[in-house]
Design a protein around this ligand. Structure first.
Ligand SMILES: [Zn+2]
Length: 78
């Protein structure tokens, strides 16, 4: 499980079940297991604490802005 954090203010945003060792480019909504300090603003997913734009929201996923977040935790082996 990964914990996704805001790169600017370090707030926790959500927990994500990442399968495979690849980069975190998209986060499927169905694999977000817990939501913390993130919120939806228009078509963007933003950090509630500082307003940093973390991702663009699509129907079934978040297209992540790679400069806007960091993460910790482990990816799940395929
Ligand atoms: Zn932030």
């Amino acid at each position: 499980m990964l914990t996704i954090k805001c790169a600017k203010c370090k707030s926790k945003l959500f927990k994500y079940k990442k399968i495979g060792q690849g980069r975190v480019l998209r986060c499927w909504k169905s694999k977000i297991t817990r939501l913390y300090d993130g919120e939806v603003k228009g078509k963007n997913f933003v950090c509630k604490s500082c307003g940093n734009i973390i991702a663009e929201i699509k129907d079934d996923r978040l297209d992540m802005n790679s400069d806007a977040f960091t993460y910790s935790g482990t990816k799940i082996r395929k």
